[in-house]
Design a protein. Structure first.
Length: 287
């Protein structure tokens, strides 16, 4: 199986003994094959001989009990424990299963996967439909907003797309109507406001073109598209309508709390109702 050089050198898999455990480990095997990364399997809970033997059996079955991979058992709060382990072991990517949509109560309280996605200090991959026979990610929708993190996010998306030999990579630029409306004022004539808007959009297009010129895209065919609407919501809607396999977005600029769920913005729109699997790219140098 071909592997590509990538920046996800150490990947942690959150393992829970649930009905989807085998599917998550099958996805982990494919990730390991494609990325060639060291794997850390994290289970939070009291260790018993029965569970320890069961996990060893599963890791052997999915060819994940290789030298270099490790298993970490720990008791305590699942969210805080997993976050601490990822920091201690310098994990680049945390992988966990996640239901597409939470109940209203769970959304506001937060299930473990979503709580982790809001707090963890590394990139995180939420897999919505893990399979014991995974096909990988063939259709990626990637955030291309004008933001300092976007270059890194696109780079990580390209690495993953190359590893999975994706057939479609679409980079979406979102135009926020509210932001554009601020351009208009009583001091500007309509044609002047339109010209300023056009210049801003052109500048954003040029920045994205420069990012793509500086990114080694190999043989990937990458398309760009601009859509208008509320950031976070419209890209999630686009990914759902296109039946994308993976949505790739920037991490939040600040820790998210309950108010962010009461008044959703950007990434919370995707977390509220996942359109597909979600990769949140978190820069390694960000605190």
């Amino acid at each position: 199986m071909r592997t590509v050089e990538n920046s996800f050198a150490k990947i942690a898999i959150a393992v829970a003994f649930s009905p989807r455990c085998e599917a998550i480990l099958a996805e982990a095997r494919l990730i390991h094959q494609r990325l060639g990364a060291k794997m850390v399997f994290i289970h939070i809970g009291k260790k018993s001989l029965q569970e320890e033997q069961y996990l060893k059996h599963l890791l052997h079955r999915f060819e994940l009990d290789q030298t270099g991979n490790e298993v970490v058992w720990r008791e305590g709060d699942p969210v805080e424990s997993i976050i601490n382990i990822c920091q201690e072991l310098n994990v680049d990517l945390l992988v966990a299963g996640a239901l597409e949509k939470e109940s209203l109560l769970k959304y506001f309280m937060g299930d473990i996967s979503r709580q982790l996605s809001r707090k963890v200090k590394c990139s995180m991959l939420l897999i919505t439909e893990p399979s014991t026979h995974p096909k990988g990610f063939k259709y990626l929708v990637v955030e291309g907003t004008d933001h300092p993190k976007t270059e890194n996010t696109i780079s990580k998306a390209v690495e993953l797309a190359q590893a999975y030999q994706a057939s479609n990579v679409i980079i979406i630029q979102e135009s926020d109507p509210g932001k554009m409306a601020l351009i208009r004022s009583d001091e500007l004539k309509e044609n002047e406001a339109d010209q300023i808007k056009e210049e801003l959009l052109k500048e954003e297009d040029q920045k994205l073109e420069e990012i793509l010129r500086c990114t080694d895209c190999g043989n990937l065919s990458i398309q760009t598209e601009r859509i208008e609407g509320k950031p976070g919501y419209v890209i999630s809607k686009y990914a759902r309508e296109k039946n994308a396999d993976l949505l790739v977005v920037n991490s939040s600029d600040k820790p998210m709390n309950l108010l962010d769920r009461v008044f959703p913005h950007d990434i919370e729109h995707a977390l509220a109702d996942l359109p597909c699997s979600l990769l949140i790219v978190h820069p390694k140098n960000q605190e």
